[in-house]
Design a protein around this ligand. Sequence first.
Ligand SMILES: Cc1ncc(C[n+]2csc(CCOP(=O)(O)OP(=O)(O)O)c2C)c(N)n1
Length: 532
Amino acid sequence: MEKHLFLGDEAIAQAAIDAGLSGVYAYPGTPSTEITEYIQGSAVAKERGIHCRWSANEKTAMEAALGMSYAGKRALCCMKHVGLNVAADCFMNAAMSGINGGMIIISADDPSMHSSQNEQDNRLFGNFAMIPMLEPSSQQEAYDMVYEGFELSEKLGYPILVRITTRMAHSRAGVVTREMKAENEMHTPGDGRQRFILLPALARKRFKSLIAAQEAFTASSEKSAYNRYFDATNKDLGIIATGIAFNYLSENYPEGFEHPVLKISQYPLPRKMVEKITGECKEILVLEEGYPVVEEQLKGFLGQCLKVHGRLDGTLQRDGELTPDAVGKALGKEITGYYATPEVVEQRPPALCQGCGHRDVYEALNEVLAEYKGAKVFGDIGCYTLGALPPFRAIDTCIDMGASVTMAKGAADGGVFPAISVIGDSTFTHSGMTGLLDCVNENTHITIVISDNETTAMTGGQDSAGTGRLESICAGIGVDPAHIRVMVPLKKNYEEMKNIIREEIEYKGVSVLIPRRECIQTLTRKKKASKK
Ligand SMILES: Cc1ncc(C[n+]2csc(CCOP(=O)(O)OP(=O)(O)O)c2C)c(N)n1
């Protein structure tokens, strides 16, 4: 047993290694990225040959993790909340097939959207797939849940969704680690043909099994060490606190709870425990990070019989992160403002780095597009999304990864000219390639700019799946090589860049422009490292 000061992400990574992990499969995304990076840097993981290379996207990651589980090994799959939308097809169906080796899926949700395009609460996805979920209230619990979670997954026969949020992922606390286990031996499922082939006749049976398994899932929640009832004398109010909200609640009661508290960190909801607190207390306050998931379930259980307070009735704000202060306010406590952002910290909008190649791409593009009245630029997700802000104001949309290509296609189909897509190299291989095939198949009049900085910069400079092969990927998909144009985005090349952009806008078919210059941050890091 050793004690470490771990980020929540690091606690999860170390727990997975200690539990006999054979592979982590992931695509970067804040606040989940550090889990995989920790495993990539772990000497034990290297020695054991634990798989830890980045996947092309979250769907390929989850399918590979399920494949490793099929082989009997323990697999971890990590992503930010919106990644689960990408992986949803596999996610929902892995709940139908079940698993073989233990499988844990980490969803790192980002309430308040510190670096995300929405604030979805993936506990709803867990409920949707009808699989067990764990939601740690501390870094130690994050470690314990993952360490024990593989065994739980194997015992119940289903993948487990572990839901964390930004503060859990990115704050540190002392974590006691446990003994390191051996990896599972390879063993494919004896009943694989029945379980893993989701043909309708077989899938119907599997869905009945999943429904039948709900009882075992609830029984497991009911006796889980992570769900706890804390009794107290003042029963005018009962508090249900889930995940990290329990931590915030505890900060408000350093001397012990005044009201009965039900801590929930394992789902489905432990029904008997919920009935106990709602039966004993006059009113209920629900504290949860994200959507009012439990609050809505309680109202569903009990209708109007019980007063339930939370995010739905305005006791807590409807959106955004909870804080200990927000929880204190909901409890009628005096707020010290300890957790408020001090005013000395000036709010600054994010901006593209000085020396970033995306800047040169936008400057040249803006100059050319000033010549075209109807031009629309469909943006995507990455550092280059900052081209939406001044001084560039260069993009008109940013919806989800890969959407620049397909939205530009639809708009071109609808008559927009010129329809330009701007996408990063990693986003292109994540979700842009399939849209490009649609364009090629219909010879869409479109200009796609893959702004290639040879890394996944937005999330800290991870490897990008298509580095060195973007031209051949595009040619392989069917783009005419004469209309795959590579350029170096530097001021001295502006005239040449602008000429190429004009030529390809006028070409009545699919053009791919690849401005390529290494990210200034990764370049600086490499230079520093070589000096050491
Ligand atoms: C579905 C989904 N997965 C992951 C992310 C996190 N994320 C945002 S942009 C990005 C990749 C950016 O890389 P690239 O396209 O190469 O552009 P760069 O930031 O390097 O300019 C990632 C991983 C996300 N927003 N959505």
